[in-house]
Design a protein around this ligand. Structure first.
Ligand code: FVH
Length: 324
């Protein structure tokens, strides 16, 4: 299915802390343009999500397990509910942004009957299977479920560059698109509730492996007395430039054209000198050895002259996986 992305309609000059500009301070009545929302979970992310909707004029009720985290939102016009049941009874749309899948069920299971008929948008990070499980649970209870993967940090919400991936109920996404757009661009990936989570976690895989590689490099140069900040100044521009190569790797993988000319070969990509330099610097070789293992499997199978993108086959071929 081709993803559809809706850009945020709000002004790019929206304040960084939107809770200070609430416009619905007294009314709790929703309207077609401003349905009533309840936000369950006022951690770093949930508080910003709630504040953004409040600033956009949505009657907003909030609840948090630990009392005291709603003070700023309350001062800006939000209503603080004393229980999840009270919070959702005042809502057309329920937004959930809790710690994990277990905390979502701990919060929602006791109030399933109160949620029947409402639109539930779960922005808690879960695995794809957990998202599908919540979708099935929601269907059992007559709840309309949309799952989201937030590709932003709290400071980005409501600003250019913020994006949230969604999958699950197409009706909820269609009905609530204007509301969701207050947080940033909204990309709908289809009715499989697990898809947004899958893509979210796949993107985060890239981020974490890159961060691990950067920190590995920082540990290497530390052996020469170079500080991580100084190293970051040199590494960041190069790493940013290298992301320009992702599209080419992707085309090669989709076409399985590893033998096409113009690619950096696996033989050339051998990382043994980096592994050895890491050992010489007295740091763990794990991070770079992981990549070297993926390369070695393909070279051992006779593909050394083919392109680096071929390590994709080491990743997808679980039958030949080794733990070297
Ligand atoms: N913050 C970020 O940058 C990332 C961006 C990408 C998406 N994540 C995910 O968003 C979920 C919430 O993240 P958060 O940053 O708001 O997390 P915390 O500040 O740690 O707040 C956690 C809230 O969850 C409540 N909570 C925890 N356990 C339970 C429970 N068993 N029952 C009810 N509520 C629970 C916690 O309440 P309290 O500790 O204040 O009582 C907070 O409200 C998360 O999935 C990220 O992966 C954010």
């Amino acid at each position: 299915m081709t993803p559809t992305t809706a850009p945020p309609p709000h002004s790019p000059t929206m304040p960084a802390t939107p809770v200070t500009s609430a416009s619905n301070s007294s009314t709790t009545l929703g309207s077609p343009a401003h349905p009533r929302v309840s936000v369950l979970g006022l951690g770093a992310m949930g508080a910003v999500l709630a504040g953004t909707l409040l600033a956009a004029g949505h009657p907003t009720t909030v609840w948090n397990r630990t009392h005291g985290r709603a003070d700023t939102l309350r001062a800006a016009g939000a209503i603080e509910a004393t229980s999840p049941a009270e919070a959702v009874s005042a809502a057309d749309v329920v937004i959930v942004c809790l710690f994990d899948h277990a905390s979502v069920h701990q919060t929602l299971d006791p109030i399933a009957t109160h949620l029947a008929g409402t639109d539930l948008v779960n922005l808690t990070t879960t695995t794809p299977e957990q998202a599908r499980e919540l979708a099935a649970w929601s269907e059992t209870h007559g709840i309309h479920h949309l799952d989201g993967g937030i590709m932003s940090v709290p400071e980005m919400i409501g600003h250019a560059g913020s994006e949230i991936l969604y999958s699950g109920s197409p009706e909820v996404f269609g009905r609530r698109q204007d509301l969701l757009a207050h947080w940033g661009a909204s990309t709908y990936l289809g009715p499989d509730a697990g898809r947004a989570s899958l893509e979210d976690l796949a993107i985060l895989s890239g981020m974490y492996v890159m961060f691990a590689g950067f920190l590995h490099g920082a540990a290497m140069v530390a052996s020469a007395g170079v500080g991580a900040v100084e190293f970051a100044g040199r590494a960041a521009p190069f790493l940013a430039a290298m992301t320009g190569g992702l599209g080419g790797l992707a085309e090669t993988v989709d076409a399985r054209s590893y033998a096409a000319p113009g690619q950096q070969s696996l033989d050339f990509s051998d990382l043994s000198h980096i592994v050895r330099a890491s050992a010489e610097a007295g740091v763990s070789t794990e991070a770079v050895q992981m990549v070297q293992n993926l390369i070695t499997r393909q070279r051992d199978a006779g593909f050394g002259t083919e392109g680096f993108a071929r390590i994709y086959e080491s990743i997808t071929d679980t039958t030949s996986r080794s733990h070297r």
